[in-house]
Design a protein around this ligand. Structure first.
Ligand SMILES: [Zn+2]
Length: 262
């Protein structure tokens, strides 16, 4: 598994969160340097300066404080107590949404305005986006890296659609034919692709389909799984044969040299 921008940091809304430092890679305690909403509007969210001096209590305005947006992004700047370097983390807030086609439930959840942290994304230091091996066709690689960018931005539905498109392109490259993507993936077994790889790719197709037709919510981990199985498939379909060909060529060369020297 390669590194992803999705991070786990304990107690991020305290003065000393803990977790793996993206700079020195050690498990550390951080000093919490700053916290503010960066989307949809800028809004500082300092910790209370001293005990009992909470900002909300100190307000002299008679106006009721507007409720927070149900979807918002809070930026946290942390400083590692070990290496002293900073990390910038975005905390995505949103409501609990019902699964499936429960439209009323969906509307209710958004109206409720009961928002909670859903996802922590490491913004800086940036981790390199997931890429496919260079042995894969350029078009497949482009779609895949677009998918990982969507994934890291929390646009999971878009990511699933891009991964599906990458699988579609892979089928095209292997000249797999069929009426639809399912048939094309099945046809890959006739194009020298091992059956277990074909089965995995079919999973990617299913995920992409949900994203386009059913409106189901799915998790980061699910989308991440599909990204790794595409990487696996690319390894088996493109990288391994290339490596085998290189080994074969090297063997042939040794033989030729031995013969020439004999
Ligand atoms: Zn560090």
């Amino acid at each position: 598994m390669s590194e992803r921008s999705h991070v786990t940091i304990e107690a991020i809304d305290t003065r000393t969160p803990t977790g793996q430092c993206p700079n020195c890679k050690l498990n550390v305690a951080f000093d919490h340097v700053s916290r503010r909403d960066v989307w949809p509007a800028l809004k500082d969210r300092p910790f209370a300066a001293r005990s009992g001096a909470d900002l909300s209590g100190a307000s002299t305005s008679a106006e009721p404080r507007p409720k927070d947006d149900v979807f918002r992004v809070v930026q946290h700047i942390l400083s590692c107590q070990n290496c002293r370097k900073t990390a910038v983390v975005h905390q995505h807030w949103g409501p609990d949404l019902p699964k499936g086609d429960d439209l009323d439930g969906f509307v209710e959840a958004v109206k409720e305005r009961a928002s909670k942290p859903r996802l922590l994304v490491l913004v800086h230091p940036r981790r390199s986006a997931q890429t496919l091996d260079e042995a894969a066709p350029q078009e497949v690689r482009d779609l895949f890296s677009e998918g990982t960018r969507c994934q890291e931005a929390g646009a999971l539905r878009a990511a699933a659609a891009m991964y599906r498109a990458a699988v579609e392109e892979l089928c095209k490259d292997r000249s797999a034919t069929g009426r639809n993507l399912k048939d094309k993936i099945a046809d890959l077994t006739n194009r020298g692709v091992p059956a277990d790889v074909v089965r995995d790719l079919d999973e990617a197709r299913t995920l992409g389909n949900w994203s386009l037709h059913d409106g189901l919510a799915f998790s980061y981990a699910e989308v991440d799984d599909v990204a790794s199985l595409i990487q696996e498939a690319v390894f088996v379909v493109y990288v391994q044969p290339e490596q085998r060909a290189a080994l074969r060529a090297a063997r042939q060369q040794r033989r030729d040299q031995a013969r020439a020297g004999a």
